[in-house]
Each structure stands twice: as C-alpha cells, then as structure tokens.
Design a protein around this ligand. Structure first.
Ligand SMILES: Cc1cc2nc3c(=O)[nH]c(=O)nc-3n(C[C@H](O)[C@H](O)[C@H](O)COP(=O)(O)OP(=O)(O)OC[C@H]3O[C@@H](n4cnc5c(N)ncnc54)[C@H](O)[C@@H]3O)c2cc1C
Length: 645
C-alpha cells in the first residue's frame, strides 16, 4: 500500500474556549436554539436503538424533531446494550468517599492513558450525575442501601465507589428505561421505528450526510431514507476478533460504510481486552461470555506460585498462591484497570502458571469474601453471574474459584467526532461506542453506559439543534439520483455474494480473520506480527471474494447473506486497524506494543511523538489511507506515567 501519508489538514475539534469546568455550560449558553414549532420541520435518522440510539431517539422526539430509528434486531430492546452487567459510573459521591466530577474526569483520562480529549471527558463526568437522576425518574431499579439511598460499588481504575448497578443486569434495566421513553414516542408518532432493518450505506449529497439505504432483513427489500441529519449509534466492532464478549450481531458495517463515504475513522487500534471472561473451551465456540468486572470487588485473582502445580485450587495452601494483581499493584489490587489486569493474566499464563485446560486461565476466588460477608451477601450481589457461570461451565463458583481469561470486549476507536459529536462530514453525528470520543486508549469499567446515555440524553439533543439552526440543512427528495445510485451498488454487491458459490462458509472466513487478529494484534502487538497481518489480510480478503459460499437468495430472510456483508466489511476494516497499530509506534493503554515497555513490563508511551488522535481518511481499498492527526492538548492534567502501584 506504500507509505503512510500524513496530512497537515487541521482537524477542528471545536472545543469551546474558557476554563475546563465551564466549557460545556458556556457552550450550551451560546449555541443556537430552534423554536419548538420549527423542530418538527427537521427529520433525523438514528441508526441504532441501544442505550445511545434509544436515548437519543426518545429525547429528540420529545423535543419535537421527527425521528426515524433503525435497528437490525427484531426489537429495539434487544440491542447489545442489554448485555451490560456490572454498572454505570456517576460522580454523585453518595458514599462520601472523596469522589467528585474532577476525580471521575481525572480517573477517566488516566485510565485512557492520556490519549483522550480533555474537554469531552470533563463534560462526560459532569453530565454523569444527570444520567442517574434521569434513570431513577424513569424507574430504573438501581440497587439500594437499607436506608433507601442508591448503592454503589467499585470498578477498575478507581479508588472510590461510584458505580450504580441493578444486580448483574444494569444494561438491561437501563435499556428498558430508554425503551419505555422510546416506546412512548413511537406511540405518539414522533419516532417511526424500523426493526429488522440494516443500514448498508450512507447517502451523501453535496458533501453532507443526507440519508441512508437499508435492507429489510425479512423481505430483502432495499429502500432509501432521506433526512436533515443522520446519527450513527451502531455500537462497537469487537467481533473483528471473531471470539468476543459482544453479541454475535455486533459489527462494523455502518461506520465502515460511512468511512468509505468520507467520514474519518479514529484510533481503530484501541481495542479493549477484558480480563474476566470465561476461558475459550474449544474450536466449536462462536462467542465468549463476560464475567462482570464487579466481581473483582470481592473476588481475588490468583494462580499457583509454582509452574506445573496441577492440584485442585482448594488443595493449594495460601502461601503457595500468587495473588499477582495484589502483589504487583498494591494500591488498586484486584481492581487494577482492564488493560493492566489482562496483561498480568497473560503474563502468568505465558510463564506456564495458568490453570484449567490448556493453561489459559487464572482463578477468581470468592472464598475469603464468603467467609467475611457470608454466602447470602455474595449471592445477593452477584447471584445471576454465578448462575450464568455454572450454566456454562457446570462448576459451582460458591464452592471452587471461577476460571477466567481475557477476551475482546469493547472498542475505544470509532468514527472521529468533534466536541458536538459531529463527524467531519456535515450532518453525520456519531454517538455511543460507535464514536472514538471519550475513553482514549483504554476504557474504565462502567463508563460505556455512562457515555452512551450522556451522548443520547444530554449532549446530542443540544448540539444537533445548533447544526439545524446555523446550517439550515434541507432534506433532499428521494428522487435525487444519489439514492438510486447507492441502491444499485447495494444490489450489485448482494448479487455478487450470492453468485460466488464457493466452498467455505462465512463463519470459516470470519474465524480465520479473528484468529489472525487475536494472534497478531490482540493483547500484545509487535512490529513483525503486525506486518505479517498486513500481508495476510488482503490475501484472505481475496480468498473470501473468490471462495465464500452464501446460500439462499436476496429476496427473503437470509442470515448467511447478512453475515457475509458484515464479514466482508471486517475483512477491509481489519487492515486499517492493523495499520493504525503499526503506525502508533508506542504503547499506550490497551495498545501494548511489546517493543515499547518499561523494564517491569508496563506500557511505555511516547508523548512527544504520539500524543494525538489518529484519524484515517479513506482513499480506495488498495491505496493507503491518509493519516490526519488531532493533537491532544492538556490544559488541566499533567501527563504522567500511569501507575496503579
Ligand atoms: C457482555 C458485556 C457487558 C458489558 N457491561 C458493561 C457495564 O457493566 N458497564 C458499562 O459501562 N459498559 C458495559 N459494556 C459495554 C456497553 O454495554 C456497550 O459499550 C454499550 O452498551 C454500547 O451501547 P451503544 O448504544 O453504543 O451500542 P449497542 O447497544 O451495541 O447498540 C447498537 C445498535 O445499533 C444497531 N445497528 C448496528 N449496526 C446497524 C446497521 N448497520 N443497521 C441498523 N442498525 C444497526 C443495532 O441493531 C443496535 O440497535 C459491556 C459490554 C459487553 C459486551
């Protein structure tokens, strides 16, 4: 693909001036408003009905805009957000343990290894407190103390308890809250919901996002939809690794197609590997299961001190155990952040001290907590997680420790957005996990739900109004030739998939790509491995287009066809992800380059050369994309070597 071409184009993040703590309120005070009667003149397309898309659709409609909301599931309630277990952060300081907006902001910046935009993160921390009020008002059943106050627990990378939760089903309860708000608007006619509809392309007219083309997943019908603005809330791309904790349907298609239409894709190499997942048990698996990070509040992580110690965990005396997180990171112990805990687990397994089949596992042990707090308390806190663990492994974690191992979980990269959550394409907004905005090189636990709801309930509804008021966008007619052109491109692509009639299934290709990505660009990366992956991905992509077998036809429910489109996009996207990882010649957060580590194995940043957001611009599939750099300027925090010791 040739050399990386750097661009001198300045990305304007539109960060408001003024002191950090006042930026958002000043911005809100100055951005333009739309008269209530005029709001109904504007049509907004929201793709995605998870926490980000669901909350945005409901709120925009409540304000008076006309909304069309799309999702590929049969109900908005089945968005992947429903899987979130552990909790949502907010700087309420109910515990009186020293928390504040500033601390949540600082923890998030530090957790992201100083690779996130300061102003966005401060706003996120600020808005976090409103989210809890909003959700309580909706009736979300957060856990409560005996006194009636909302309860909190701790998540990784924090020394305070600021995580609100509803047992191990926080995402489900929050999504039900957003869904009921959405359902009210659907009933009132403000939102038109399109379930089982997959966005296959973005339509650009005169350089602005003006609509989308979707495929009805039940009938196969292709249709166009025009709007004054398009919002993508389409979630993360963790399934590029094939095995991940994400729902099987999660994919990169919407943001990838937008990228190919001109939207910049930022920091794709920042992918999070979660330390506490049920280990891989064999080739038959198509998915991995998360054991929530909240379990590390009470569970202790350990492996045998000696290599080759195959005794049952209960037979290994305490002196012969290595509680490696407590040993290495005494200040945070078992609540060290995800990237650090994952690497520590990999390290002890690489040393031959891992447990379970294949030695790729570590123990998460509740014996001490059960002794201290009693079985009932542990059951009350984590009962559904223990039950889930038992259903999958057949083991009772009240009696013997869980076995866990890191797995692909969350993606910090995504489409580049400015402070207003608008991409570089006018009229294209991106919210939730689909954008790159707030988590830098590593997301702290319980901060994704916070971000999705902050974007959807509290940020986009303000900033999109300013765009309508200042840009005066005009919704195009569906007769515009661009819609027809895009529809025809999609039809051609569909026919191509169906006509190959090769010998390998879509799953086989996805599995091979995922393994390559995990081996060469997973928890640890090095130059040689990344270069190998860059050679192999285009070849694998070609094999895919020559030898994939997609059954059925295009005018019916055809999951093989749906899947082939998503995997085809992963095949292209994976190359950009690896290129980004190779170009970022430093370690930071979850992007761990083995060639850049401190003597004790921690990530070694290179602030002088890499303190920027990498935003890639598409130039055609066989041409290297252009790298645009948004410098990360810190006004408030001092960049420091991240330490959890
Ligand atoms: C197992 C698990 C547990 C987690 N637990 C926590 C937790 O405790 N706390 C926390 O903060 N975070 C947690 N996370 C992360 C968090 O759940 C997600 O980051 C967050 O829910 C993403 O929300 P979203 O609205 O951005 O996307 P999603 O919920 O993934 O929604 C995406 C939406 O986009 C739609 N969509 C996607 N592509 C298309 C397309 N092409 N056309 C039409 N529609 C499309 C989908 O149908 C869906 O409606 C967890 C993640 C996992 C995997």
């Amino acid at each position: 693909m040739g050399e990386v071409r750097d661009s001198t184009m300045r990305l304007d993040a539109k960060i408001p001036s003024g002191p950090l703590a006042e930026k958002w309120s000043r911005h809100r005070n100055h951005i333009k408003l739309i008269n209530p009667a005029n709001k109904r003149k504007f049509d907004v397309i929201v793709v995605g009905s998870g926490l980000a898309g669901g909350s945005a659709s409901a709120t925009l409609s409540e304000l008076g805009y006309k909304v069309k909301c799309f999702c590929f599931q049969d109900s908005p309630r089945r968005a992947h957000s429903i899987a979130a277990q552990g909790g949502i952060n907010a700087a309420k300081n109910y515990q009186n343990d020293g928390d504040s907006v500033y601390r949540l902001f600082y923890d998030t910046i530090k957790g992201g290894d100083f690779r996130a935009r300061e102003a966005n993160v401060y706003r996120l921390a600020e808005v976090s407190v409103n989210i809890i009020d909003q959700c309580v008002a909706q009736g979300v059943p957060f856990a409560r103390e005996y006194s009636g106050y909302l309860a909190n627990r701790s998540f990784g990378g924090a020394q305070v308890s600021r995580t609100f939760y509803a047992r191990g089903q926080t995402g489900q309860q929050l999504l039900l809250g957003a869904y009921q708000a959405l359902a009210k608007q659907i009933e009132a006619g403000g939102v038109r919901m399109y379930p089982r509809a997959e966005m296959l392309d973005l339509v650009m007219i005169d350089g602005n996002a003006k609509g989308i083309v979707v495929r009805d997943l039940v009938t196969g019908e292709i249709s166009s939809h025009a709007a004054d603005a398009v919002v993508l809330a389409t979630g993360g791309y963790g399934n590029v690794f094939f095995l991940s904790t994400n729902a099987k349907g999660c994919n990169v298609t919407a943001i990838w197609r937008a990228y190919k239409r001109g939207a910049l894709l930022a920091n794709p190499c920042y992918t999070q590997i979660h330390p506490t997942c049920i280990p891989v048990s064999g080739d038959h698996q198509s998915k991995l299961t998360l054991m929530s990070e909240s379990l590390r509040n009470d569970g202790r992580v350990w492996v045998p001190r000696n290599k080759g110690d195959h005794r049952a965990p209960g037979e290994i005396p305490k002196e012969e155990r290595d509680y490696f997180l407590e040993r290495k990171y005494p200040a945070y112990g078992n609540l060290a952040p995800r990237d650090i805990s994952s690497r520590a687990a990999k390290e002890v397994c690489d040393e031959g001290r891992g447990v379970g089949p294949g030695g790729r596992g570590v123990y998460l042990d509740f014996a001490d907590a059960i002794e201290r707090l009693g079985l009932n308390m542990i059951r009350e806190r984590y009962g559904n997680l223990f039950e889930m663990y038992e259903r999958i492994t057949g083991e009772d974690a009240y009696k013997a420790p869980m076995r866990i191992y890191p797995a692909s979980h969350y993606t910090m990269g995504g489409l580049w957005v400015d402070y207003n959550l608008m991409s570089n394409v006018p009229g294209l907004y991106v919210i939730g996990e689909a954008n790159f905005s707030d988590h830098g090189a590593n997301r702290l636990g319980a901060s994704a739900l916070m971000q999705g709801l902050a974007d959807g309930y509290f940020i986009l509804p303000y900033t999109i109004g300013d765009y309508f008021a200042t840009g005066r966008p005009a919704k195009p007619s569906l007769d515009h030739p661009e819609f027809k052109k895009v529809e025809e491109e999609i039809a051609r692509r569909t026919n191509k998939f169906l006509s190959i009639k090769g010998h390998r299934t879509v799953t086989e290709f996805h599995r091979e790509l995922g393994k390559l990505m995990w081996d060469k660009c997973g928890m640890a990366r090095n130059e040689a491995g990344l270069k190998e992956a860059l050679e192999r991905i285009p070849a694998l992509r070609q094999e895919f287009w020559e030898d994939v077998n997609v059954l059925g036809d295009g005018n019916e429910l055809n999951q093989s066809l749906e899947y082939s489109g998503r995997v085809a996009d992963f095949m292209e996207f994976a190359e950009l992800l690896v290129l980004d990882a190779l170009t970022r010649d430093e370690s930071c957060g979850a992007h761990f380059r083995e060639d850049h580590q401190t003597p004790d194995g921690e990530a070694m940043r290179d602030d002088e050369n890499f303190s920027y957001v990498a935003a890639w611009e598409y130039q055609g599939l066989d041409t290297r994309p252009i790298l645009h750099k948004e410098p990360l300027v810190y006004e408030e925090v001092h960049l420091a070597q991240r330490s959890y010791k």
